[in-house]
Design a protein around this ligand. Structure first.
Ligand SMILES: Nc1ncnc2c1ncn2[C@@H]1O[C@H](COP(=O)(O)OP(=O)(O)O)[C@@H](O)[C@H]1O
Ligand SMILES: [Mg+2]
Length: 243
C-alpha cells in the first residue's frame, strides 16, 4: 500500500499535527497512522509530547495545525465524546475512573454495543472473567480499589466500549511487578483478539515486545520509527530514549 492508501485505510491518523499550550509549541508536525488491528508503541522521554499527541488525536486538546482522522473521517474539530464513540477506548494517565461509583457502575456506564467486526463482544461478564479481581470487588467504590485494581477497571471500561482501538497511556505506572505483568498479559490478549492499540509505557522493552511498530517522539517530532523487532537492535533508540 502506498502512503495515501494507507492513510485512507487507517483507523486513526494524525497528519502533520501541531499543538500548543498557550505560547509553547509542543507538537511540531507529527504524522502517525494506525491501521485496523495494528499495535503501535509511542516512545520518548518525559515531556516529549506523547500524552499531548494522544489527547490531540482524541479531541481532548485542539490541534493548532494539521488533521486528525478516525475511520477515514476528519475529526479535527469534533468533540471528544463523539470521537470516543467512533470506537476508541482510552485509558488515560492517572486512570480516570469514577471514584464515587462502584466497579459495576464504572463498567456499565462505559458500555457500548459492538460495531460488527466479527469479534466476540465485550460484556460485563467477559470483563469480569478477564479481571477476576474486579469480580470480587464488583460492588466496591472505585476509591476503595488498589492502584492495580483501578488500572484494571480503567482497562475494563475501555473494553466495555467494544473499541476498534485501545489507547494506553502509562498504564503500568506506579504498580507492583505482579500487577504490571498482569497488565501486559491483558495487552497481549487484546492484541491477539484483533483490537488495535496505541501504547505508551516507560518500559520500552515491554512496548517493543507487545507492538508491531513503534514511533519515537523527541521534542514534539518523530525522530525514529520502524518495526518493533528491528528497533530492538537499533543502536540509536537508547540515545533517543535517554537510557
Ligand atoms: N496542560 C499543560 N499546560 C502547559 N504545558 C503542558 C501541559 N501539559 C503538558 N505540557 C508540556 O508539554 C510538553 C509535553 O508534555 P506531554 O505531552 O505530557 O509529554 P509526555 O507525555 O511525552 O511526557 C512538556 O513540556 C509539558 O511540560
Ligand atoms: Mg505522558
Amino acid at each position: 500500500m502506498n502512503a495515501a492508501a494507507l492513510a485512507a485505510a487507517a483507523l486513526v491518523v494524525a497528519d502533520d499535527v501541531h499543538a500548543h499550550y498557550g505560547q509553547s509549541h509542543i507538537l511540531h508536525g507529527v504524522s502517525l497512522a494506525i491501521a485496523r488491528g495494528e499495535s503501535v508503541g509511542l516512545l520518548g522521554r518525559n515531556g516529549m509530547g506523547k500524552t499531548t499527541l494522544i489527547r490531540t488525536m482524541l479531541g481532548l486538546h485542539r490541534a493548532s495545525r494539521g488533521i486528525v482522522r478516525v475511520g477515514g473521517r476528519d475529526v479535527t474539530h469534533e468533540r471528544a465524546d463523539r470521537i470516543a464513540r467512533l470506537g476508541i477506548g482510552y485509558v488515560p494517565e492517572g486512570r480516570g475512573i469514577f471514584p464515587n461509583l462502584s466497579v459495576r457502575e464504572n463498567l456499565l456506564m462505559a458500555a457500548r454495543p459492538p460495531r460488527d467486526h466479527g469479534r466476540e463482544a465485550w460484556t460485563l461478564d467477559r470483563v469480569l472473567r478477564t479481571f477476576p479481581r474486579l469480580a470480587e470487588r464488583i460492588d466496591n467504590g472505585g476509591a476503595a480499589l488498589s492502584g492495580g485494581e483501578q488500572q484494571m477497571l480503567a482497562i475494563g471500561r475501555a473494553l466495555m466500549l467494544n473499541p476498534d482501538i485501545v489507547v494506553l497511556d502509562e498504564a503500568t505506572e506506579g504498580l507492583a511487578p505482579l500487577v504490571v505483568a498482569e497488565i501486559w498479559r491483558i495487552v497481549a490478549s487484546i492484541r491477539a483478539s484483533g483490537i488495535a492499540s496505541l501504547i505508551v509505557d516507560r518500559n520500552y522493552r515491554a512496548v517493543l515486545a507487545h507492538t508491531d511498530r513503534c514511533v519515537v517522539l523527541q521534542k514534539g517530532r518523530v525522530v525514529l520509527e520502524g518495526g518493533s523487532r528491528e528497533l530492538r537492535d537499533d543502536e540509536t533508540l537508547a540515545s533517543h530514549l535517554g537510557v
